[in-house]
Design a protein around this ligand. Structure first.
Ligand code: ZN
Length: 109
C-alpha cells in the first residue's frame, strides 16, 4: 500500500519518490487504494485504472488539488456529479446513505 499523504509534494518531501510525475502517480493511486478502489458515490468496486478522481468541491468553485478534496469516483458518477454540490447530487441520485456520506465527510474534514 502506498501511504496516503496530503498532496503530491509530500511524496517528494518524504523521499518516497524523486520525480514530480511519479509523486503525482503515487498520490493518485494512494487515494484510490485508501477507499479500496470503491467509487465513494455509488459504492461499487472497480479496477484501479477504471476509477477517476473527483474533486469533492469542484475546481470551478475553488476546490483544491489536495487529498482532502479528492475521492475516487467511477466515470459515470464523476460525469453525473459535474459541478453540483456532492451531497445534494448524491442524495438525488442514490438516496440517503449514511455510511457513504459519513465516509466522504470524514475524508474532507
Ligand atoms: Zn460511481
Amino acid at each position: 500500500m502506498t501511504p496516503l499523504l496530503p498532496s503530491p509534494k509530500h511524496y517528494l518531501y518524504n523521499l518516497i519518490t524523486m520525480t514530480s510525475p511519479d509523486a503525482k502517480r503515487l498520490w493518485r493511486r494512494a487515494i484510490k487504494e485508501h477507499f479500496n478502489c470503491t467509487c465513494v458515490y455509488c459504492g461499487n468496486n472497480y479496477e484501479i485504472h477504471e476509477l477517476t478522481l473527483d474533486h469533492v468541491k469542484p475546481k470551478t468553485n475553488g476546490g483544491e488539488d489536495l487529498t482532502s478534496n479528492l475521492v475516487p469516483a467511477c466515470r459515470a458518477c464523476n460525469q453525473g456529479k459535474g459541478s453540483s454540490h456532492w451531497l445534494g447530487w448524491m442524495r438525488q441520485t442514490y438516496g440517503r446513505n449514511h455510511a457513504r456520506e459519513q465516509l466522504i465527510l470524514n475524508h474532507i474534514n
